[in-house]
Design a protein around this ligand. Structure first.
Ligand SMILES: [Mg+2]
Length: 366
């Protein structure tokens, strides 16, 4: 029964996949050795939509216990109504954190389902403004040797990336000279015409971030992400006002209200569709940023961002995060390809075009 909406959601299924990283990895303030994707599949009218979030396995329980019953039976085309009903159902649980990741996975699956029912590409349903989006290479973990960092940077140049980002703020800012040495190495590898970005993941204090920021400015760094904690918007604003490079943050934005709190403190708002409650809330947050004269940049999950990024006129770029760029073609089929520094959408594939792969089962943990 494709080609129309007006059919009720019949099934909501969750699964959990955990994929180890090749080596233990770390940024300035966190270490990890695996990535977990919680997937949601929603079915209606003979079609199935797929969404996911990179999050805790516990997120699957939130979908199963608190969201599946809300969505089941609703019109598959009523993405906005389902989204509002999910938010309302979780009032007492708290709107942020895992609840927001859970709503995101369901909302993404519902958008994919609606596009498949209409037999159109999701990017067309969202209102495509382009068919490809610029990506920047992102990784540069603090755990890498210089040789590993060099090889990763050269890999992104080979993909045609015109911007790259490395982690700094190692050990909560305790290894600032190593941070600077790695940034210098990155500049040396990519040359002067490629944009160099750094991400401290909130690892510096305000004064330290200002002082180091001047040295990043000297290296031509154009993007200083979370120089201080995103819980300190006033601190982000102080650092931004002291430096030439753009200050960016937003990866922990779960809602429009949280986006609004960050807007006065950043030069570009980052948004993560797998954390900010899905495509529905992304669009509202991006519009809010545009009203403040700010671009948005997609954080992680490049394949899921491709359709919404292509439909967002004020998009700056999409983050080709190393862990997710590696994992997405393992867990899913139909992943958009990177060519010439851009992620290319298939305009003929219904929905976002992705499905769980057959080999995904080998990483399934729940
Ligand atoms: Mg970041």
């Amino acid at each position: 029964m494709t080609g129309r909406l007006g059919v009720g959601v019949t099934e909501v299924r969750t699964a959990v996949y955990t994929v180890p990283t090749p080596e233990p990895e770390a940024d300035g303030t966190l270490a990890w050795s695996a990535t977990t994707a919680v997937t949601v599949e929603v079915s209606a009218g003979g079609c199935t939509g797929l969404g996911w979030s990179y999050t805790s396995p516990a997120t699957a329980g939130i979908v199963d216990e608190h969201l599946a019953g809300v969505v089941r039976g609703r019109d598959a085309g009523d993405t906005a109504g389902s989204w509002e009903a999910m938010v309302r159902a979780c009032r007492n649980l708290g709107r942020g954190g895992l609840v927001s990741h859970a709503i995101a996975a369901v909302d993404i699956a519902l958008w994919d389902l609606a596009a498949r029912l209409l037999d159109v590409a999701l990017v067309a349903l969202l209102g495509a403004s382009r068919t490809s989006v610029a990506v920047y290479g992102s990784g540069g973990f603090t755990t890498q040797s210089d040789a590993e960092l060099r090889a990763q940077l050269e890999g992104w140049l080979g993909l045609g990336c015109t911007a790259v980002k490395i982690k700094v703020g190692e050990s909560w800012g305790a290894r600032a000279e190593r941070d600077l040495a790695r940034a210098r190495l990155a500049r040396e590898v990519v040359g002067d015409t490629v944009e160099l970005m750094v991400d401290a993941n909130g690892g510096y204090r305000r004064g330290q971030a200002r002082r180091l920021g001047r040295r990043y400015d000297d290296l031509g760094v154009t993007w200083f992400e979370e120089p201080v904690s995103s819980d300190d918007p006033a601190g982000l604003a102080v650092v931004r006002d002291a430096l030439r490079c753009d200050v960016a943050a937003g990866e922990y934005v779960h809602s429009l209200a949280e986006a609004a709190r960050l807007l006065p403190a950043v030069d570009c708002l980052q948004l993560d569709v797998t954390r900010c409650a899905g495509y529905t809330e992304w669009r509202r947050c991006a519009a809010f940023a545009a009203a403040a004269g700010l671009d948005v940049s997609a954080h992680c999950a490049p394949s899921l961002h491709a359709p919404i990024a292509a439909a967002t006129p004020s998009l700056r770029h999409v983050e080709l995060f190393a862990d997710h760029a590696r994992l997405e073609p393992m867990l899913f089929t139909g992943v958009p390809e990177v060519r010439g520094g851009r992620l290319h959408l298939d305009p003929d594939a219904p929905g976002h075009g992705m499905r769980l792969s057959a080999q995904a089962q080998s990483w399934r943990t729940a």
